[in-house]
Ligand binder design. Structure first.
Ligand code: F6P
Length: 534
């Protein structure tokens, strides 16, 4: 273990019981423990990080050579070592100039594909590309994981900018989802996007076949209303989708980092090419900041260091992402894949067992709904859950400004409550004012104590625009990168999803009665028999 981890552990032990509130005593802490990029403000002052802790955390970042690793990523080095791939989703949003990978400039193809997406989106949106029953009214994106979560999250986030066909997303192999999605749609005016980096994912291919059969019942040429997003031109051709409606990308775009390119096609169809480019510009602005700002004023670096402080040093096993912006309702799900598929690893880059825990578990729901569900645990449960509040100062509903004021008040109140808590004395005074006395007063007061001193951060922006969404997503991507580098893991592979896929493929014939349960454990055998008998 490096000197810095030990020093951080010692510092934590020495300061654990110190009230975070005491750090605010007249020292300009809020400004000092915040970082801005344009109008985006990340405030991490409501944590127990002080100058010593921050210094040690920054030393960790230096020791891990974050800047050199970052520059290697942006330059196209093959930092995804277990798959032998570069990691260049950033090239999808930094569109100028040249970038060499394996001796060839990758930028012309990125620009050409984006221009093809633009033209296709305009044709669909303007009724130039017609369905077999008229202009396209609905788009169904069939994909899963990184081929679904990004555009699905962003379609909701940017709905005020949506003036194209209605967007629908089908991901689950559970037939319920595709049945309910297609039920209300007219096949003759629906465009289906099959989005799959590999074009082999069983859930996506099964849903795509089902959608094609549904389409074929009504239109004479179903393939004409399909397009594909994939790295495999061979497989999209085998599925029957002609090359002019295939939007390709390279293997150096990881699935969960792919919404900036062709995987974002559904989003582009909804909000239009110029708004999509605004989203890309937001991501590019965060990239520039990440590359140029010193570590101690670098938003992704500081977000990562706060994350490591809470998880690695303080030992808090989860983090809650709490958007006070209903349109970010799918952001927690998106971040679950981004963070947990990237950094949920058990060995370091060189294959050795990690000496530190990895993770943490990421979860959340939009405020204020969460307040009426799980915030009880956040305020009074025995486990501490660091909270990441995400707040838009202004909504998109000028007539409902009073709703927005209440929303903002609730967000600020929650982080204040977590910070301050309520002491036993205060609770006793409340109970006394309510007329209670003696043992009953004491008993009731104890239930009303809030320990406080619970850490939170707040990311605040003026309004959820395409640029701001781009900034937020790129911020979290780089946070994952920084945490991964400091932990010494490969954030860009996902071998942990493979075993379940293999076993599911092997179980299908067992469930269909074409193979036996021989070699299966007793529980799996019992469950198979239950299903077979149902
Ligand atoms: O199973 C995990 C995963 O490989 C994710 O990493 C990926 O985003 C998802 O499946 C979908 O993969 P594809 O885009 O190849 O269908």
């Amino acid at each position: 273990m490096s000197y810095n981890w030990n020093a951080l552990a010692q510092h934590r032990a020495a300061t654990e019981s110190r009230p975070i509130l005491s750090l605010f005593d007249g020292n300009g802490r809020a400004a000092e423990y915040s970082v801005r990029l344009g109008n985006l403000l990340f405030d991490y002052s409501k944590t127990n990080i002080d100058a010593t802790a921050r210094g040690l955390l920054l030393d960790l970042a230096q020791e891990a050579e974050i800047e050199a690793r970052r520059d290697a990523m942006f330059a196209g080095a093959k930092i995804n070592e277990t798959e032998g791939r570069a990691v260049l989703h950033t090239a999808l949003r930094n569109l100028d100039g040249a970038l060499m990978v394996d001796g060839a400039d990758i930028m012309p193809e990125i620009r050409t594909t984006l221009a093809r997406m633009d033209a296709f989106a305009e044709d669909v949106r303007n009724g130039v590309m017609l369905g077999q029953g008229g202009p396209i009214t609905d788009v169904v994106n069939i994909g899963i994981g990184g081929s679904d979560l990004g555009p699905a999250m962003a379609a909701i986030a940017l709905s005020p900018y949506s003036d194209g066909p209605r967007l629908h997303f089908v991901s689950n192999v559970d037939g319920a989802q595709i049945t309910e999605t297609l039920a209300g749609l007219n096949p003759a005016t629906t465009l289906v996007i099959v989005a799959s980096k590999t074009f082999t994912t069983i859930e996506t291919m099964t849903n795509a076949e089902t959608a094609r059969r549904w389409m074929a019942e009504t239109v004479s040429d179903p393939a004409a209303q399909f397009c594909a997003v994939s790295t495999s031109a061979e497989r999209t051709a085998a599925f029957g989708i002609p090359p002019e409606r295939v939007f390709g990308f390279a293997d150096w775009v990881g699935g969960r980092y792919s919404m900036w390119g062709p995987v974002g096609l559904a989003l582009m169809l909804g909000i239009g090419p110029s708004n999509f480019r605004r989203f890309l510009a937001g991501g590019a602005a965060m990239d520039t900041h990440f590359r140029e700002a010193p570590l101690n004023a670098n938003m992704p670096v500081l977000l990562a260091l706060v994350g490591l402080w809470h998880h690695q040093v303080c030992g808090h096993g989860s983090r809650a992402v709490l958007p006070y912006d209903q349109r970010l309702s799918r952001l927690p799900a998106y971040l679950q894949q981004l963070e947990m598929e990237s950094n949920g690893k058990r060995v370091s880059m060189d294959g050795q067992d990690l000496t530190r825990v990895s993770g943490p578990v990421v979860w959340g729901e939009p405020g204020t709904n969460g307040q009426h569900a799980f915030y009880q645990l956040i305020h009074q449960g025995t486990a501490v859950v660091p909270c990441e509040f995400i707040l838009g100062a202004k909504g998109h509903e000028p007539d409902l400004a009073h709703h927005q004021t209440l929303l903002v008040a609730n967000c600020l109140a929650q982080s204040e409550a977590l910070l301050r808590g309520r002491t036993l004395e205060e609770a006793r005074a409340m109970m006394a004012a309510a007329g209670l006395q003696g043992a009953e007063l004491d008993r009731q007061a104890r239930h009303r104590v809030f320990p406080g001193n619970r850490p939170s951060t707040t990311l605040i922006y003026p309004q959820l625009t395409p640029e701001v969404l781009g900034q937020i997503i790129a911020l979290y991507e780089h946070r994952v990168f920084v945490e991964g580098v400091i932990l010494g893991i490969n954030s860009f592979d996902q071998w942990g999803v493979e075993l379940g896929k293999e076993l599911a493929n092997a179980l299908k014939p067992v469930l269909e009665g074409h193979a036996t349960t021989e070699g299966k454990d007793g529980s799996t055998t019992q469950l198979v028999e239950y299903v077979r008998g149902a």
